[in-house]
Design a protein around this ligand. Structure first.
Ligand SMILES: [Zn+2]
Length: 387
């Protein structure tokens, strides 16, 4: 089912997962389906990726409230704890709770503590457990603000986890490949040079949250440490990988992070119902493989992804890539049988070749070239990189 290909050294990897990840539901009409996580786990299992040498499945812990205070406000946490019962209350909307994007559902706080705890557990696996790489597919909830739920996110697990690493003196690079701008994480580290945030996303001109332009470069000591590469609807694998290559490797080489944290949302996929980029899983996998190549210590997180067929395949691929495994392109039959009720119908791990119209491709290419040029001009000199 899987075959190993050469890894440079013996690596130890940790998969943080709990069946509880998918026990809490945003609601029947909400695009974020937590069952995508259980489905992904089952595909990982069906591919035999739970019994790999050097890899370990670990039970995540819950985040503690004191840890959340590194990013979130106490009053907001009180409100979120109150929402845990599943009923609204008078000031809920002040905190962004009870909107159609961020509904109040039973266990919303408990679930958020578990997801954030899993990201902290991933960082601890690296820092204390002797692991090189760790993956929390439930994490990457990058839109939560210090005192406001936003964009399906209640607690900002990447920000809380990066604070944990920074407290231990680590230099951290955060690379966000979700279709949406990683606004909450950028905000958390906007004024520090200890954390480099890079976000590739569909332009804020056409997609939530409307931010993430190249002129958002950081403030004070953090000037040049926030990098934004917006992309035009219709951006395909070729354009995406070109822009990625122009910007990401030079910056990571110059910054030399101790730990690379990546948010690997797969709402960049051409069939994602919420965003308008045009990647295939082949392009996604190539980007993730490049991320692996640039990381000494790597924490990978999930993120957006609203087509279950894509999510399960993409994050199974992430775990395979993390462990230098190549997968049989045919989806295991026993998985397909049980996954069909969830709407999973793909028979292949890979997508058919896709072609954008020349007109749309040209617009996306021109847009990407312009953004890359701006970043090279404004950010690269601050890091001593020759554009
Ligand atoms: Zn997203």
């Amino acid at each position: 089912m899987t075959k190993a290909h050469s890894s440079p050294v013996t690596l130890h990897s940790a998969l943080l997962y709990s069946p509880q990840f998918s026990h809490y539901l945003y609601g029947p009409s909400h695009p974020l389906k937590n069952e995508r996580l259980a489905l992904t786990f089952r595909l990982i299992e069906a591919y035999g990726l739970l019994e790999l040498e050097g890899a370990e499945l670990r039970e995540p812990r819950l985040a503690e409230e004191a840890e959340l205070l590194s990013f979130h406000h106490r009053e907001y946490l009180q409100a979120l704890r109150r929402a845990d019962e599943g009923a609204s209350f008078p000031s809920a909307l002040t905190w962004g709770l009870g909107t159609s994007d961020n509904p109040i559902f039973a266990g919303v706080y408990s679930w958020s503590l578990l997801i954030t705890g899993a990201s902290l557990s991933a960082a601890e696996a690296i820092e204390e457990g002797g692991f090189d790489f760790a993956f929390n597919m439930g994490g990457g909830l990058h839109h939560a603000h210090p005192a406001r739920a936003s964009g399906f996110c209640y607690l900002n697990d990447p920000a809380v986890m990066i604070h944990y690493l920074v407290k231990r003196g680590r230099r951290v690079a955060y690379l966000d490949l979700d279709a949406h701008h990683g606004d909450g994480v950028q905000e958390a580290f906007y004024d520090t040079d200890q954390v480099l945030t890079i976000s590739l996303h569909e332009s804020g001109e056409t997609l939530f949250p409307g931010t993430g332009f190249p002129d958002e470069t950081g403030w004070g000591k953090g000037k040049g440490y926030s990098v934004n590469l917006p992309l035009y609807p219709g951006t395909d694998d070729g354009i995406y990988l070109w822009a990625f290559e122009e910007i990401v490797p030079p910056l990571l080489t110059a910054f030399k992070p101790d730990v690379l944290v990546s948010q690997l949302g797969v709402d960049t996929h051409r069939t994602d119902p919420l965003a308008n980029l045009s990647l295939t899983l082949q392009g996604y996998a190539r980007a993730v493989t490049r991320v692996r190549g640039m990381a000494r210590k790597w924490v990978a997180l999930g993120g957006g992804g609203y087509n279950l067929n894509n999510v399960a395949r993409a994050w199974t691929l992430v775990w395979a890539i993390m462990n230098y495994r190549e997968l049989d392109p045919t989806i295991p039959r026993k998985f397909l049988e049980t996954a069909r009720p969830f709407g999973f119908t793909e028979k292949s791990l890979w997508d058919p070749t896709a072609t954008e119209s020349e007109f749309s491709r040209e617009a996306a290419r021109k847009y990407a070239e312009k953004q890359v040029g701006i970043i090279k001009e404004s950010i690269f000199p601050l890091h001593g990189i020759k554009g």
